[in-house]
Design a protein around this ligand. Sequence first.
Ligand code: PLP
Length: 348
Amino acid sequence: MMHPYPKAVTPGTGLRLHLNENTGGPSPAVLEALRSLAAGNIAFYPDYSEAIAAAAGFLDVPRENVLLTNGLDEGIHAASLAAVRAAATRDMEAVVVVPAFEMQPACAAAAGARVIEVPMGREFEFPETEVLGAITPTTGIIFITNPNNPTGLVVPRETILRIAAAAPDAMIFLDEAYADFSGTTLITDGLMTTSPNIVVGRTFSKAFGLAGLRCGAVVGSRPWLVHISRVLSPYNVNVAAAVALPAALGDRTHYETYLREVRESKALLYAAFERLGIPYWQSEANFVLATFGADASRVCRSLEQAAIYVRDRSEVPGCEGCVRITAGVVDDTARCVSALEQLLCGTR
Ligand SMILES: *Cc1c(COP(=O)(O)O)cnc(C)c1O
C-alpha cells in the first residue's frame, strides 16, 4: 500500500491556522541565541550536551533516556526503521489508528512494514478492543497519538498500558506532540521499567514555536533507544536548533503564556461553533476539529480567499466533512471566527 506524504499548501503570508504551528513565534531568548551563533559554531559539527541536558530536564528523565531528533517527524521515521530492524520476522506489521497523523503510516510503509489500519469509532472513540485484536506475532510497532491529531481527543492512560502489555515485543510509539497542551504525559520515572516497550515522541515545534528549526525528542528505555540511535545520523540536529532548544525551554513564562492563549482561543472557537450550530470536538491540543458537513471544502476555500488557511480534512476517510483549525494567538483566532461568522451568516 502506498502512503505518500503530501505537504500541505504552505503560503508564506496570510493567517496560518492549518498546521498547528505557534503563530506567536518562539521566545525572544531563541532569537537571541540564534544571533549569538559565531562563525565557529557554524563551521564545526554541533555539540548536543546542553540541548540534551535541557530536554532531559524539561521532560524530567535521565539524559540517557532521551534522543534528539530532527523534528518528531524524524523520530517517527527512525522508530519505524528501528522496529523493522529489530523484528524477528521479515513481514513486520505496523498498527496505525486512523484517522492518523500521516507521517505514521507513511514512515512505517517507507521502512518496509505492512501497515494495518484500525479505524476509530464514529465519534473518534479510541478503538482499544480492535487494536488489541490487531496484535499478532508479527506486530512490530503500534502508533498511538495522545492527544490525537486531528481530533484533539485523549487516549486513557490505562488503554495505552494495556496495549503495551499485550504486545511486549513490539514498540508502542506514543506520539505526544500535543502533550504540552493537555498537560498529561506518560513520561514518568516508572515508565521505562514498567513499560519498557513504550517510546514517547515529543516535539518543540508546536508549544515552543520551533517548527522551522526542526527539533523533537524520543524518550524511552535504553534497549529501544539504542535500536533507534542506530538508524539516526550522528549530527541529525543542526547547530541552530541545538542552541535554540535550551533557550526555548528556559523561558517558562513565554511557554505558560502561550498555553493560556491556546486555552482562550479554544474557548472562542467553541463559543463560535455553538452560535453557528456547528458540531465540534472538545480538544486537549492546540486545534479544534469541527464538522461542516457538505460545506467543508467550500468554507475552506472561502477562508482561503481571505488569506486564512485552515485544514480541510473532509476527504480523509473517517473525517468526512471535518475541518481542523489551529487555536493559538487569540487575535488570530478572533479574526478567523469573524471571517467564519461572515461566511456562514453572510445575509444577516
Ligand atoms: C506536528 C506533529 C508531529 C511532527 O512534529 P515535528 O517535530 O515538527 O516534526 C508529529 N506528530 C504529530 C501528531 C504532529 O501533529
